[in-house]
Design a protein around this ligand. Sequence first.
Ligand code: FE2
Length: 306
Amino acid sequence: MNRQEIDKLVKQMNVDTATGEVNPRVQQIVVRLLGDLFQAIEDLDISQSELWKGLEYFTNAGQANELGLLAAGLGLEHYLDLRADEADAKAGITGGTPRTIEGPLYVAGAPESVGFARMDDGSETDKIDTLFIDGTVTDTDGNIIEGAKVEIWHANSLGNYSFFDKSQSDFNLRRTILSDANGQYVAQTTMPVGYGCPPEGTTQAVLNLLGRHGNRPSHVHYFISAPGYRKLTTQFNIEGDKYLWDDFAFATRDGLVATAVDVTDETEIACRGVNKPFKHITFNVELVKELAEAPTTEVDRRRASA
Ligand SMILES: [Fe+2]
């Protein structure tokens, strides 16, 4: 079939058959995606078995709750970031900390505090370096923003996230810090370790067939929001990790690479109230003022909450 015949057939089956109320947006998207799928079946001569394997794949990936991971791994989520950057540029938005992917592991409801939070539950203090993250939240002119909601989450020393990894305590390595009167936030936590897709999982299965690895560098996720400003979804990736620029989820971006500095000075150690050398990262955040002309940066997606 040629495209004209395909489009006619899709319309006959999914548009002309409507007898109830139509959601025009859903109809538009379904018709377009079906047409594109039929066209791909024609162009690539996709067999019936291959098509059913594909549908079975999505069934398995959904049952394993890995579709979010798949969207990151195939670059769909990064592509959406690039599109959002383009829309921002068209709307005249410049400056601000770059956005990057959310990933599938955010959990709503983390404990909230002002200015400072200890994020780890102490169970890994002996196993891995303590990390202090300091930063200031400002607008693009450098004016400090007090009361910005800085939501931070990251993996433990095994590359696992609390909530999804039931061996960790509730909200371990997840906190919400409101920036203080100086626009500052400080997090005391442990050094995150990069992770790989579950080796036997559905995402890794397709990556294997593409000859790709499924590893991420060590990183820390953020949502930053404040009234009157565009919500920022971002993360920093840590310098020195072998996957820094070879991230299977394509989240590392210029402006989002952080250096963890070793702090060994006794006075500074005492000042931080810890009893061993630690790592220190500065991650300042610049928020962009809300702008009616630009598409919203709030993304409506299903997220875990505890
Ligand atoms: Fe992550």
